[in-house]
Write a protein that binds this ligand. Sequence first.
Ligand SMILES: *Cc1c(COP(=O)(O)O)cnc(C)c1O
Length: 402
Amino acid sequence: MLKAMDESKPPQRPVKKSTRLLYAGRRPEDQHGVVNPPVYHASTVTFPTVAELEAAQRDRLNRVYYGRFGTPTSFAFEDAVAELEGGDRAVSLPSGLAAITCALLAFLKAGDHLLITDSAYFPTRKFCDTLLAGLGVETTYYDPTVGGAIAGLMRPETRVVFVESPGSLTFEVQDVPAIAAAAHDHGAVVIMDNTWSAGLYFQPFAHGIDVSIQAATKFIVGHSDAMLGTVTTTNDLFETVKWTAVGLGICAGPDDCYLGLRGLRSLTARLARHQETGLALARWLEQRPEVETVLHPALPSFPGYDLWKRDFTGAPGLFGFVLTPCSKDSVAAMLDGLALFAMGFSWGGYESLILPTEPGKSRTAVPWPHAGPCLRIHAGLEDADDLIADLEAGFRRLEAAR
Ligand SMILES: *Cc1c(COP(=O)(O)O)cnc(C)c1O
């Protein structure tokens, strides 16, 4: 963490996170008063003397040394992300998946065992089942609702427990403190994919997490225009993660770090709006005869609601719903004609998205119980009434094609 990039005017404490996020990682007085940090494009960093070159080398994880180790722009972004997540230090990476694979590689070696939730993001599973398996690491998938009973799955060689809460596509809320306590009893490191909460609605380090990952591509960047990942850690684990990123030769680009930093400034305001619109859509969908169930952690009808209420402070507008059984063609008739919702995979931008999903396809620990088609919505920043009207017209097409 560069001293020069510390918070510009440390606001008087206590100050809320939404306020601190506006200051984190910037120092206008060092930049002619310009509000935002500049974008440093750098490979070579030069040193005037042998003594200074050697001093930089000794402390190369903490200062400007070589482009791949970081620039003032990436340090500024990392400082702000550490503030957001409530951790000590962060490492920026070129994508969310790179953050996940880097964090796993940092703590796993041949002969180790990994426990990972059955509800994890599919490319995370794919990495474990292919590349990590090839390196001699064994993965076991567990029921996302396992809670403290995860103790029964721990082996002497279990080195990492990976959680993702709520789960990708299916939104099961995990009992993170119970899982973390059991994992720590067995000496394992607990890694979380915290992308859904954006780090704003779930504080990982206050709930027992050791390493928190985000696909900053999603809510942090927030405008669907950059790929970016973060790994946030405690001081103890920081060097292990940073040396892994350096060893793999992966680093985030300066322009993308800048976009991440810019996105962070409006994160609180955007997420509040995503939350409000997402809840309006979820409540409306819950009343529809075409819908069997809505998978939204902030709906009291959802099985994970009590845990969500205990551990989270909000719910952004990413959720799922299951239709009563109907044909693939009728779902296509609904989706193809939508005017405002687009279909696409990445989410977290200003624009609303809808996606048919197949959670049953990848599950191995617990079968997916629903027969009807499953959809995922990312509620964007459009007017909620306009979005509801778009869905309502979609349901008319679905019924006509049923
Ligand atoms: C999108 C996503 C990722 C991967 O992020 P990329 O930047 O696309 O690599 C990881 N985890 C979750 C939960 C995601 O939604």
